[in-house]
Design a protein around this ligand. Structure first.
Ligand SMILES: [Fe+2]
Length: 336
């Protein structure tokens, strides 16, 4: 079955288009003698469990598929073991948790980060004084380009990408500046059996070069970033890694798509020309509305997300207003 799936995958690349992708899926299905057409294959979403049984915090789910706002806790309360256990549970169940009403110094955020894993260095922006793994993400009122736009999972071009990102809002615009998230576990679950078979064992080649970013690559992108300490654009193409495009979550055992149009150049053993239509299709599938949520920010909000089973996209819709965040990634892990 695996061999058959891979052959179908190769034939897709030869034909280069999504139309041929659909044809290839039908070939797989015909071969399996199934009567279920892939177009009709849409299993029910696995929605997050009810939030009512959390004892130490109030959870308000953001959507049916992903995300919860968290109220009623103090992340500086390091001794509240029940709270931290529930926070970890909420992180695994909802994938994106937005904890409101905090007052965190960089040292506080660093300590919260260490609960989720060892801090990771971000290659393309200088760290903060005393906290070299933490970066300031700033868009001033006069800026027109933001950082973090376009769907992606953080630093997937590293050999050991971070399991979690902690983004803390210092200053937010009066409107706009939301972040979109997509649940790539739910997106994987909703794929047809034929597509799941074809993707089994497929390795993605991830690059930090932003080769396919609208408006230009990493060098062009950094040239338009005015008020952030960006760096190493000239080394971006050297940041390259190979990871399975379907990865298994080490804590939950569930499978999730792991790729993005922004960072996944191609599939290993295939050319970019062959791979891109499939990567684009899977990226578009992941960000269908039923898999997403939208995080609204306010100062003092710490949002923590699971990079192993999500994509995100920072919306650039707040020209004329300042936005300042602190970003920390933690938990380097080899995707498997
Ligand atoms: Fe990001």
């Amino acid at each position: 079955m695996v061999i058959r799936g891979r052959l179908a995958c190769q034939s897709i690349g030869d034909r280069q288009t999504n139309r041929s992708l659909i044809i290839a899926i039908h070939i797989v299905y015909d071969d399996q003698h199934t009567s279920t057409p892939p177009e009709d294959h849409m299993p029910a979403l696995q929605t997050a469990p009810a939030a009512a049984d959390y004892k130490t915090m109030e959870l308000r789910p953001m959507s049916g598929a992903i995300g919860a706002y968290v109220y009623g806790i103090d992340l500086k309360d390091r001794k509240n073991e029940a709270m931290w256990a529930e926070l970890r549970r909420a992180f695994l169940e909802y994938h994106v948790i937005a904890v409101r009403g905090q007052s965190l110094s960089p040292a506080d955020q660093y300590e919260v980060g260490r609960f989720f894993g060892e801090p990771c260095f971000y290659p393309f922006a200088k760290g903060m004084d005393g906290f070299p793994e933490m970066t300031r993400m700033v868009k001033e009122a006069e800026d027109r380009v933001n950082f973090g736009a376009d769907w992606h999972t953080d630093t997937s071009y590293l050999k050991e990408p971070p399991r979690a990102t902690l983004l803390y809002a210092v200053e937010t615009p009066p409107k706009g500046g939301d972040t979109l998230y997509a649940n790539t576990r739910a997106a994987y679950d909703a794929l047809s059996d034929g597509m799941k078979t074809m993707l089994k064992g497929v390795i993605g080649v991830f690059s930090g070069g932003l080769k396919h970013k609208k408006g230009g690559d990493r060098t062009a992108h950094h040239a338009r970033i005015t008020h952030m300490a960006v760096q190493k654009a000239d080394e971006a193409n050297q940041y390259e890694a190979r990871h399975p495009v379907v990865r298994t979550h080490p804590d939950t055992g569930s499978k999730a798509l792991y790729l993005s149009s922004l960072h996944t150049l191609r599939f290993d053993g295939m050319t970019e020309h062959e791979s891109r239509p499939i990567i684009e299709m899977l990226n578009d599938h992941c960000i269908e509305p039923q898999f997403t949520c939208r995080v609204n920010w306010e100062p003092g909000q710490l949002t923590v997300w699971d990079n192993r089973c999500t994509l995100h996209n920072a919306i650039n819709d707040y020209h004329g207003y300042r936005r300042e965040m602190r970003r920390l990634t933690v938990g380097p892990e080899v995707p498997r």
